[in-house]
Write a protein that binds this ligand. Structure first.
Ligand SMILES: [Mg+2]
Length: 374
């Protein structure tokens, strides 16, 4: 089976509430969807995790649009999808520095490959869990007491882990307030999105008092050595996210003991082929794993749920149900959480949810289609 058609489109949909992190605020989510079709008309869907503005990494919706339309799509059409690793290698040569753009195409190929084999994507990836535990990420907003209220409500809803976005000036107070409000028994983590500096190491060490499950990416992405120094000071495990873009980054993390946890987003590291290799490396290096979120629609959520079904990806992921961010998700059925878990759709082929194409059409702001021309 080969890719006969590739369509990339940009959609825009409003978030229920603005999401604020140390990298900025998002009120309307612009994102790219990639859908493919083989000779028989079997589809494959994925979304690109890049945001509208640089900050999280250098890639953006606009840069990914250019990468996909000008470099990846013309080569992707015609590729054989029954060999996703081959697809990943071909795309890696074309856009080595654009893992988010690459991942959108690569992961759509995985969905298509799973559907042609009538397998669930989770099964094709090797995942066996029937449901995955869900954590929630809370943006920076209001007073520490406001955040504590929101956190308590999330615990009541069943979320298995609370993650707080922090930044200098909005960290110890909010962690203290939330810990007091939700009690010692609830898993609590923080994420700095790289805005702290090595000079903040003493300050960050004070977080040890709150028995956090982990501290995620406090220092800049390119400072893996700084994280190693910080980890030596901390009892709390450090988790790297933005720092780990390539296999070499992960090798460095393991070698320097720069953290004990990895937030692995297949959509950020070039797709499932690389992510699966990273899982093997992390397990061998004694690093725990979970899947982060990038304000995905139900399409990206489906890919992340499939990946989180791997036995080694054990910690609760940022896999909030559809109604956390969207009034109406673009997939049917929407993702719903029951007792703090999402079900893994093991009985449906591919990503396991249907894309509402009419809704997607109505949200589309631009679109380009590339067909295979032998
Ligand atoms: Mg993060």
């Amino acid at each position: 089976m080969r890719v006969e058609r590739l369509t990339v489109r940009e959609i825009e949909l409003p978030l229920k509430t603005e999401f604020v992190t140390a990298s900025g605020a998002v009120g309307r989510r612009r994102l790219l969807l990639v859908d493919l079709e083989d000779e028989d008309g079997t589809p494959g869907w994925a979304e690109c995790v890049a945001g509208a503005v640089p900050g999280y990494t250098a890639e953006t919706v606009d840069s990914a649009w250019d990468t996909i339309t000008s470099r990846l799509a013309p080569e992707a059409v015609g590729l054989r999808v029954d060999d996703p690793a081959g697809v990943a290698a071909a795309l890696g040569d074309l856009a080595p520095a654009e893992p988010m753009a690459r991942a959108a195409v690569e992961m759509a190929c995985w969905d298509l490959a799973a559907r042609t084999e009538n397998l669930p994507l989770a099964g094709l990836l090797g995942g066996t869990r029937t449901n995955v535990p869900v954590g929630i990420a809370l943006g920076l907003a209001g007073t520490p007491e406001d955040t504590a209220e929101v956190a308590a409500a999330a615990v009541d809803r069943g979320y298995r882990r609370i993650k707080l976005k922090i930044q200098p000036g909005a960290d110890l107070d909010v962690v203290r307030a939330v810990r007091l409000r939700i009690g010692a028994g609830v898993a609590l983590t923080v994420d700095g999105n790289g805005v702290y500096a090595r000079t903040d190491i003493d300050h960050l060490a004070a977080l040890d008092a709150y028995r956090l499950q982990m501290i995620e990416q406090p220092l800049p992405a390119d400072d893996i050595g700084g994280h190693a120094a910080l980890q030596r000071r901390l009892n709390t495990p450090l988790c790297l996210d933005e720092s780990i873009a390539t296999l070499a980054d992960l090798e460095e993390m393991v070698g320097l003991q720069a953290g004990r946890v990895l937030n692995l987003k297949p959509g950020r590291v070039g797709g499932f082929t690389t992510a699966l290799t990273m899982v093997e490396m992390a397990v061998a290096g004694g690093i725990d794993l979970w899947v982060g979120g990038m304000l995905e629609t139900g399409v990206g959520r489906a890919h992340n749920v499939a990946f989180a079904s791997l036995e080694s990806v054990g910690l609760p992921g940022d896999l909030s149900p559809s109604d956390r961010y969207w009034d109406r998700d673009i997939v049917e059925p929407p993702w719903t959480m029951d007792s703090g878990v999402l079900p893994v759709p093991h009985h449906e082929p591919g990503i396991g949810v249907e894309v509402n194409e009419e809704l997607v059409r109505s949200l589309t702001t631009r679109k380009q289609e590339i067909r295979f021309a032998p």
